[in-house]
Structures are given as C-alpha cells and as structure tokens.
Ligand binder design. Sequence first.
Ligand code: GLU
Length: 356
Amino acid sequence: MNTIIARFAPSPTGLLHLGGVRTALINYIIVNQKKKEFPNSKFLLRIEDTDKKRSKNEYVDNIINGLKWMGINWQDEICFQSERLDRHKEIAFELLKNKHAFKCICSSEELEKRRKENLKNNLNIKRICNVCENNEQIQKKKDNFCIRIKIPDEGTIKINDKIQNEVEVKNSEIDNFIILRNDGSPTYMLSVVVDDYDMKVNMIVRGDDHFNNTFRQIHIYNKLNWDIPEYAHLPLIHGSDGSKLSKRHGATDIIELKKIGYMPKAIINNLILLGWSPKKENELIEINEIINSFNINNLSKSSSIFDYKKLDFFNNYYLQDKDGFDYFIKFIKNDLIKKNYFIDDENKVKKIFLAY
Ligand code: GLU
C-alpha cells in the first residue's frame, strides 16, 4: 500500500483511556512511517458522537486534550460524525433502492419473542426478521420502518487481518442487521463505513472488540462497490489479574495519569511494548526510534497485561533523563498546591527532585 489514510474514531461516551491511546498511537506510528516515503499519508480524528444520550462535550474535550498532551497529532479538521447523518441516511436509501436492503416493521417485542423461541428450540438463526423482506406491502411502506441489510445465505467473508491473520466467516452466521432505525437515525455499522469511505480511509486499526463488526461492514462495502480497507485489530489490554484493564488496576484515564505526574514518553514506552518487542538490549524506546523500527505485522494477537510497576520504572528513567527536570518543574508550577512549595523555596524543590 502506498499512501496510508488511517483514523482514530473514539465515541465520546467516556474519558480517553489507555486502550484508546494505544489505538491512536499505533495509527499515528504507522502513518508517520509511511509519510517518509508517501508524504500524503494522513492520520485523521473522527469523533463518533451519534449516541446523543451518552455522548458528552466534556469527553470530547478530554479526548482532544489527552491526544494533544501525548503528542499524538492528527491532520485536517476533526470530523464530527453527528454532522454527517444526512449522508448516512442517503446511503441507506441507496442500498434500499438497489435492493441490497429491505424495510422491516417487526416490533422489538416480536423480535424478542422469536429470539426466545429459537433459543428454546435450540435453533441458531441469525436472520431474526425473516418475514418483511418478501412482503410486498411492507416494502411499499412510506414510513414507520427500519432498514435492514440483505445478507446472502450462501458464501463467506474472508479477512486478512494484519494481526489476527486470515479469518473466514460464513454469511449464514451474519445477521441481517439494521442500518437505519425506525426514527431515521443511522446505526454505527452504517455510519462507520460511510465516513471511512468518504474520508478515504484505507487502513483501519482498532480494538479487536470490533472484529465481528468488520465482517458485517465488509458486506456494506461490497454492496456499494467500495474498496475494502486493510485491517489490523488490536488485542485488548488487561490488568495484572487478567481481566480487562479498568480503574480497579490503577489510573486508566490519560488526563488522570498526567495529573499524577507521568510523562507521555513513559506512557508511550510502556504501551508500545504490549505485544511487541524492539529486540534490543533494554526496553527503553522513544517515539522516533519506534517509528523507525515498529512493525505492525509482528504485534502479538494475544492480549497483554499493562504493568504499572513498569510504567513507574520508565517514568523514573525519563525524569532523570535530559528533559526530565524541566518537565518536573513545569508540572509543579502547573499544580495549584505544589506550586507554592516552589515559590517558597525553589532550591528545596530541586533537592527533593534529585533525592527521589
Ligand atoms: N467509535 C467506536 C468506538 O469507540 C470505534 C469505531 C471504529 O474504530 O471503527 O468503539
């Protein structure tokens, strides 16, 4: 692949956490690797703020500030997904017009009843609506319907993921999922494909919690005759006890880590070693060297454990390194309480730094 257009597409429904930063960081690294040869490569930021109830402006700010603080810089204007709903809708109706999708009027109660019956009879039926597609009356309806994608019964979808390798899934295992809801709002499954296509994204690096969605999304690409991007699905990060990394293990919100006194360099060093090794004598590695030597194809597909002790080790190392003292002084001066120690006795603060 020549020019790479990659993106980070967080939903502002929570604070930017270490897992998100790692996804953004790896996108940033592969784009900056490519830029050396293909300067038009880009790393884009899209805020997926379509869930009106759960999305909050404070989370948007937190994501933007967190990425900036980490030095993970993107190109172009930020894309806000909520501003593109008409375009998503337009594509849903295009799919409908071209008979790649159908109108469905099943109520959630009906669908739930069918789901339960199938479960009781041990039937693994993915196509939960099997009546609307062939009902002419329903297909002629002007309102009060949702739009579902048509998935063929036969055939398979194959992905050659840079991390998960080759995986094939039968179409019969994929549901005829909703692309446009009853209220006219598009679903994530549709919006993400339309935005990635319009933004010319050709390389998608995201968490492997989206791996199953990829098989569904490829159906949308195929029906629209759009080029399918390359994929890399990153394994999730776990805490020391093996469960998904969460607050229980330590601070996970990036701005919280900033407040505690961690340096971006230390966080980057720790994050990049999850599932990847620079194969050198020690594990100390900074962003420029990472850009030179990182290879996404060598990233392990099993999940890795985030080690806070190691983070402390790196932070301690970088604080003692060339810019460490300046960082520390800036950190103290920006802290409402700690800055008073500095004002009182600058030398004492310097001595404390050297001692610790
Ligand atoms: N907005 C999605 C999320 O935060 C990510 C979408 C994607 O990367 O495709 O989980």
